[in-house]
Design a protein around this ligand. Structure first.
Ligand code: SF4
Length: 303
């Protein structure tokens, strides 16, 4: 966590229930059940997405704690970019000079070089090409209005957590950035993408933002409300493009998301972990352990 709403000088007071789901097993039955299956008393959004993509890969990672064969470069690259964007907002909040794009993108090389697992690169990629790409993306970000958006930063890389249904373990997710504008709080999520997002892609990712907004509103306990949601995408291109996509808040979408999480949780607690061969096999770090893995020659194209 770099900065949280609850730590903000104008943030919620002690009345705000900042429950940390990692503080130990609660008396709740679902939390204890989640703990017994995954060693965590909560479900993260990453876990839910992982199960939806391939339940078997979920089981390798979160239930059996199998050793992955490698770490995909895209995972480390995405983390480094998120840290770079967060650093820009943190400097803005603290009145510090913004580091150079070279310095901000330095995390790419650091993460790639420090990985304890072999790093799996895509075709034509290397640590050097990714470092150069990181610099281009940071430069594009710094040149865009999104590096200094309207309003006051109040939360950078914090966790949103809370209970959404008594039958489901508490949900936890990572919030990239929240700023306070004259109209209320705007919740932002950063995405590094191979190409520009269209409306379908935005709507595909929207449930995550709507769920996080619901969790944050609970945590804020009336201090302020999340009134705006947005994705900021930065393309991994020769000339990266920074785009803001506003996301409308839809209550029915939140309920649909909760229903989906409920189905995922039901599958997890009943040990329903079928293989789901497809394009994710290409970058699955458990493919060598999986009899259903589709080898690269026959792999599907990533959508
Ligand atoms: S190799 Fe494919 S089917 Fe097997 S666990 Fe990984 S993603 Fe699932």
């Amino acid at each position: 966590m770099i900065s949280s709403i609850s730590n903000h000088p104008q943030g919620p007071t002690a009345k705000t229930p900042r429950r940390n789901p990692t503080d130990g097993v609660s008396s709740s039955g679902v939390e204890a059940e989640a703990m017994s299956i995954t060693d965590r008393p909560y479900l993260s959004w990453t876990q839910v997405s992982s199960y939806q993509q391939c339940p078997r890969a979920f089981a390798f990672r979160y239930v059996e704690h199998a050793e992955p064969d490698f770490v995909p470069s895209s995972l480390l690259f995405g983390s480094a970019m998120h840290e770079a964007f967060a650093r820009v907002h943190e400097c803005d909040m603290e009145g510090l000079p913004i580091p150079s794009s070279e310095e901000l993108a330095g995390k790419v090389s650091n993460l790639l070089g420090a990985s304890l697992l072999p790093v799996k690169y895509s075709k034509g990629e290397s640590a050097e090409t990714l470092h150069a790409l990181g610099i281009r993306m940071v430069e594009a970000f710094l040149a865009s209005p999104e590096s200094k958006p309207e309003g006051q930063p109040v939360c950078i890389e914090d966790r949103a957590s809370g209970s959404i249904d008594p039958q489901i373990p508490p949900i936890e997710g990572k919030v990239d950035f929240v700023r306070l504008t004259k109209d209320g709080l705007v919740l932002r999520d950063y995405k590094t993408a191979r190409s520009k997002w269209n409306a379908d892609k935005v709507e595909e990712g929207a449930p995550q933002l709507r769920l996080y907004a619901t969790l944050l509103n609970e945590q804020l306990d009336g201090w302020r409300k999340i009134t705006g949601l947005e994705f900021v995408t930065v393309t991994k291109a020769v000339k990266p493009v920074v785009t803001t996509h506003e996301v409308p808040m839809r209550r029915e979408s939140v309920q649909a998301c909760i229903d989906q999480i409920g189905q995922v949780w039901d599958g997890i607690r009943k040990s329903v972990f079928p293989t789901r061969p497809g394009w994710p096999c290409k970058t699955c770090p458990y493919a060598s352990k999986c009899p259903a893995a589709i080898k690269p020659a026959g792999a599907f194209d990533e959508p």
